[in-house]
Design a protein. Structure first.
Length: 681
């Protein structure tokens, strides 16, 4: 497998060079002036974004690591390069976060989880997070159906002057036996069509030192040792290609994405069990396309389509203790899962007047899951799900006031083998967003929203062998938000920009579905908690300034959050009644400081997550997970050599070698050093 992946990457890597040698630059042409007209845009929904230089210079290299710098987000990281990485916003649950890749949602009907560690920042133009939904109505019904949304927008080809070809080659290596070559090739096919191709190959044994320390209830030390994290290796190949075109009063794009990996799934470190044999093999493929066209000045149309195929092979084999002795021999499980998804969407928007728009979005999605299990005869449900969504939305602007309302209808129909037909489900969920700008001379915006969310259990929740529960109830959530944004207008002095964003929120979840690992990352236990109520405050400060030729930018966030379990059973309060739900810190925050000086760039970033409790039921001392923080540093230098642009970077992650765990018993890497060199042709 190693040789095949490496050979495939070399072939992909070499193709742009061969094509580049056959392309010559055209002479410069003077283009006619183009004037763009549009309606005034006003955000009425809390939004955070990382883009441009700030995103490029961040000492992070996958989407999960970058999202940690958004207020209100918690990344659940199970350790190491091969560990699962998911995102949770406002502690509402990973399943309530819609992750959109170039405008189309990344789906996983099997477990509802998007592993963000698979998606590299190399090709990313911007990361944007909305609480609720986007402040516009020209979007698919899927966009309306999520409690919060994250948009991953990849880079689109830009050609300066008469260039027809852009080529970027990058190589990364790290102090924990890590190699990561990649390239991105962009080609201008005509005045209206361009192409991009990118690929990346990652290989690492994933081994790193960590300290394992546990205390008894009386405070005495039970364990205190230094060990090496095993079975966190990874070998992965990513390939994606995009085609971008312009038409009269519109545009279109098409994308193909493929990801192939073999990795260890590191288990929990408990009671002298320091190594395990869990292995996971993934093949993820999708192709998608989008068409946008303005048929008239009042009528706009958008169409999207996607096909996705996901293969997961999971093997649990020998388990060893700290002495390397085999505890369990032979394969414990050997499972393969095959997912298919078909998705189509159509959006129609009509402008009744210059201040009043209406839209109708209709989506249809089909999901199918097959599975095989070696060595064990078991009945698998082979579920199929048909989901139809529609969203009727309207936005209205009156002076400094803007209102946006929507209602989403969801109809779900399932077919299950070996069981009686699952009942159909139909729900309607409304949302209302309000924005107001009280002062003409100040960029000060007040906003508020209320939204109801409905979520069906995933296939794993319902049908997973020995774990799923077909009696699970759907999950309902009401969320409310009120906040403001203030952008200080600056014309003189060293300060260039200053903005504040503060929001208070409240959530109420009924029949919350909780998925918790049961000894390893692939086996989960599903249950309805009952009722969870959450409240919190999020704040974001962005600052830009210059001192002579040094440009400084700062992004600071702070979040206070409470999410408590108020479940009763037969009218009686459970022992966890009123307790903070697992892995919800009361306090968390982040900071980014970036400095540019001529061809030099310096970046410092900081993450803090306060005390929280692990996956056990009660908030007692033994279940506490201690606060953790990390400091990351990066220095970059740009060079020019003939017609080539070169950049070198040194990154120091977890500079103070903090020993910490995001998930209890899943230790994270300590201090690591990374070197990066890139050449742009």
């Amino acid at each position: 497998m190693y040789n095949k992946k490496l050979l495939l990457f070399i072939l992909l890597f070499s193709a742009p060079f061969l094509l580049h040698s056959q392309v010559s630059n055209d002479s410069l042409r003077v283009l006619k002036e183009v004037i763009l007209k549009g309606k005034p845009y006003q955000e009425v929904i809390p939004v955070q974004s990382l883009s441009g230089k700030l995103l490029e210079n961040l000492a992070s290299h996958n989407v999960a690591d970058a999202l940690r710098y958004f207020a209100g987000t918690q990344i659940k990281d199970y350790g190491g390069l091969g560990g699962l990485k998911t995102v949770d916003v406002r502690n509402m649950g990973t399943h309530h976060v819609g992750v959109f890749y170039d405008g189309v949602q990344l789906g996983n009907a099997q477990n509802g989880v998007t592993d963000l560690g698979k998606y590299s920042l190399d090709d990313m133009e911007s990361l944007t997070m909305y609480n609720g939904q986007k402040s516009e109505i020209f979007q698919s019904a899927k966009d309306y159906a999520a409690a919060s949304t994250i948009y991953l927008r990849t880079k689109r080809p830009v050609f300066i002057g008469g260039k027809k070809t852009n080529l970027l080659v990058r190589y990364k290596t790290m102090s924990i036996n890590y190699i990561d070559p990649s390239f991105r090739w962009e080609q201008k096919l005509s005045d209206k069509v361009s192409l991009s191709v990118s690929s990346e190959y990652i290989k690492s044994n994933g081994e790193y030192k960590y300290r394992y320390k546990r205390n008894n209830l009386d405070g005495t030390v039970a364990y205190d040792t230094t060990a090496t994290r095993h079975n966190s290796d990874i070998e992965a190949l990513r390939f994606e290609s995009g085609l971008y075109g312009k038409i009269n009063n519109g545009s279109w794009d098409a994308k193909v994405y493929y990801y192939d990996s073999e990795r260890g799934a590191p288990g929990a470190i408990v009671e002298n069990k320091f190594s395990d044999g869990f292995r996971q093999y993934d093949k993820n493929f999708f192709t998608q396309g989008t068409l946008i066209k303005d048929f008239t000045e009042k009528y706009k149309f958008q169409a999207k389509a996607k096909y996705a195929y996901d293969y997961t092979h999971y093997v649990a084999r020998d388990t060893t203790n700290v002495l390397g002795e085999i505890v369990t021999e032979g394969a414990q499980s050997d499972d393969s899962y095959f997912q298919q998804e078909y998705y189509v969407s159509a959006v129609n928007m009509y402008s009744i007047s210059s201040t009043w728009d209406v839209s109708l979005s209709t989506d249809f999605q089909y999901n199918k899951l097959n599975a095989t299990r070696k060595g064990i005869q078991t009945l698998f449900s082979f579920p199929q799900r048909y989901t139809a969504l529609f969203a009727l939305a309207s936005s209205y602007r009156l002076g400094a006031f803007k209102a946006l309302g929507s209602v989403v209808g969801t109809h779900v129909q399932e077919e299950v083998r070996y069981n009686a037909k699952a009942p159909d489900k139909t729900e309607f969920t409304p949302a209302l967003f309000l924005g107001y700008t009280p002062f003409k001379d100040y960029d000060f915006n007040i906003r508020a929203f209320a939204k109801r969310i409905f979520r069906m259990p995933t296939f794993n929740d319902l049908y997973y062998t020995m774990v799923g529960s077909s009696t699970l109830r759907p999950e309902y959530m009401n969320q409310y938000d009120v906040g403001f944004t203030y952008n200080l207008l600056i014309e003189k002095g060293i300060l260039d920009k200053l903005s504040f964003q503060v929001d208070g929120y409240y959530t109420n979840t009924k029949d919350k579905i909780v998925a918790a690992p049961t000894g390893n990352l692939f086996r989960w236990m599903m249950t309805n908690i009952g009722q969870v109520k959450g409240q919190g405050i999020e704040s974001v400060v962005n600052l830009g300034m210059h001192i002579g030729t040094v440009n400084l930018s700062t992004n600071l966030t702070y979040t206070y959050s409470q999410n408590r379990d108020y479940t009763k059973f037969a009218g009686l309060e459970l022992s966890s009644y009123g307790d903070q739900i697992p892995y919800t810190p009361w306090h968390s925050g982040s900071g980014i400081l970036n400095a540019d000086y001529k061809t030099w760039n310096f970046n410092y970033s900081f993450i803090y997550v306060g005390k929280r409790y692990n996956g056990n039921v009660n908030n007692i001392k033994v279940n506490e997970v201690q606060p953790w923080y990390t400091h990351d540093l990066a220095v970059q230098k740009s060079f020019a050599f003939q017609h080539y642009k070169m950049k070198g970077a040194i990154e120091l992650n977890n500079a103070f070698n903090q020993q910490y765990e995001v998930i209890y018993n899943y230790p994270m890497p300590g201090r690591t050093l990374k070197f990066i060199i890139s050449i742009e042709l």
